[in-house]
Design a protein around this ligand. Structure first.
Ligand SMILES: [Ca+2]
Ligand SMILES: [Zn+2]
Ligand SMILES: [Zn+2]
Length: 420
């Protein structure tokens, strides 16, 4: 919280300073222009006086000329003031907010601000998470409109909070106007939460939201776009996942929508939802064959909450991530008592460790928290890629790396790559 507040305060301070400077400069330019007008008028009057009553029309002409010069100078002054402003305002900022979802159930919800364009990828983990997610979005989406919503796959921990729970302001779709919805082309789901999602989504479409599947986007079909230019230097690219149009034989996670963001030429950010081993291998193979491979990535959202079946070496070796954010409740037992299934898993840690130790985790499973209330994980994790400089990580609880947390020290084995 402290860091976010500090950032917001400093952003406000910078904005205030810029506004004051702009106003001062504008006033200066206006005064200068006015002085010029006065000068011209004086000159005109003097000239007229000197040349006696040569012509009243001459006087009028000089006045009009002075007015035009003044107007031109005002416009020039205005442009001069406004040009540096757009450079100073870090309008090209791209930030990723990996959100806590307000309960002890693992789930995904990632808010992305791309130079003022608001994007939400997933809204888990339960219907009531809409309150927590909504409270966060209220602070960051002043116009009440999410330009893009992406639902990666049909699991409850990714779509539940889109749905109207009937209390506390409703689901995300009823809280926010949505511009474009992009979701999974394929599913085998028949759950009530899936049906509720479809109903809520279709109601949003009826209210004017555009809707495309990720496959329509990848194929640039029916109005969907493979690449959305969000700003002059930020792009959102809908990647091709083999399971958009092939059966995953019951592995719902492999139907996940995969998205890559690009900031300028060389910063890439990968989100693969809950994509599993087979999906990742197909992704790597397809991009190697058709697009010259996946690029090195600044940021990767730890696949499937840091499970043992995602973030494979095949994928890690391609994208070589600098920063990994994991959305889960660390040590959760909701997927069975087997320690090998508790997120973030040892297998995941061992596979990503050779690439980076900058691994962050949103939440600590509350059962463990109760035993030792001084423990906590990062909270909401915000990764900001600004126009200049290296991406920064700021979290609402603390900025500790996973390997520095008490939970990790007590529950996981330090990989040799992290041991130094
Ligand atoms: Ca907006
Ligand atoms: Zn999930
Ligand atoms: Zn899933």
């Amino acid at each position: 919280m402290a860091n976010n507040d500090f950032d917001k305060a400093s952003q406000r301070a910078i904005k205030g300073w810029i506004t004051r400077r702009a106003n001062q400069a504008k006033k200066k330019a206006q005064k200068k222009a006015e002085k010029e007008i006065d000068k011209k008028i004086d000159k005109g009057i003097n000239a007229v006086a000197k040349k006696s009553k040569k012509s009243v029309w001459f006087n009028v002409f000089v006045s009009i000329l002075a007015f035009i010069i003044g107007a031109v100078m005002s416009v020039v002054g205005y442009c001069v003031i406004n040009k540096p402003q757009s450079d100073v305002f870090v309008s090209g900022n791209l930030s990723f907010h990996f959100l806590e979802v307000g309960n002890e159930y693992t789930g995904d919800s990632t808010y992305i601000n791309a130079g003022g364009v608001d994007i939400l990828i997933d809204a888990g983990s339960r219907k009531d998470s809409a309150v927590t997610i909504g409270n966060y979005l209220d602070q960051h989406v002043p116009d009440g409109k999410l330009e893009f919503v992406i639902a990666t796959h049909a699991h409850q921990d990714h779509i539940a909070a889109f749905v109207d729970s009937g209390t506390n302001g409703g689901g995300i779709f009823s809280r926010y106007e949505v511009g474009t919805i992009i979701d999974f082309p394929k599913t085998e789901a028949s759950s009530s939460i899936y049906n509720d999602y479809i109903e809520a989504r279709d109601a949003e479409i009826a209210q004017g939201a555009k809707h495309y599947t990720a496959l329509e986007c990848y194929n640039n079909q029916n109005g969907g776009q493979r690449i959305y230019n969000l700003t002059d230097n930020i792009q959102m690219e809908i990647l091709y996942n083999y399971y958009y149009d092939h059966s995953a034989n019951g592995e719902e996670n492999d139907y996940s929508v995969c998205v890559m963001f690009h900031h300028g030429e060389d910063r890439h950010f990968l989100m693969t939802g809950d994509l599993e081993k087979h999906g990742e291998e197909h992704l790597v193979e397809y991009y190697n064959q058709h697009h010259g491979g996946l690029p090195k990535c600044v940021l990767y959202k730890g696949g499937h909450h840091g499970s043992k079946t995602s973030s494979t070496t095949a994928l890690m070796n391609q994208i070589k991530p600098d920063i990994i954010c994991v959305c889960c409740c660390a040590g959760t037992t909701e997927f069975g008592a087997n320690v090998g299934n508790e997120f973030p898993t040892q297998a995941f840690i061992d596979r990503v460790a050779p690439y980076t130790d900058k691994v962050y985790v949103t939440t600590l499973f509350p059962d463990i928290k109760e035993q030792n209330p001084t423990w906590t994980m990062n909270g909401n994790i915000v990764v900001t890629s600004s126009k200049n400089g290296l991406p920064e990580v700021n979290c609402s609880n603390n900025n500790r790396l996973l390997k520095e947390t008490e939970w990790f020290i007590n529950n996981r084995t330090m990989p040799s790559a992290w041991a130094s």
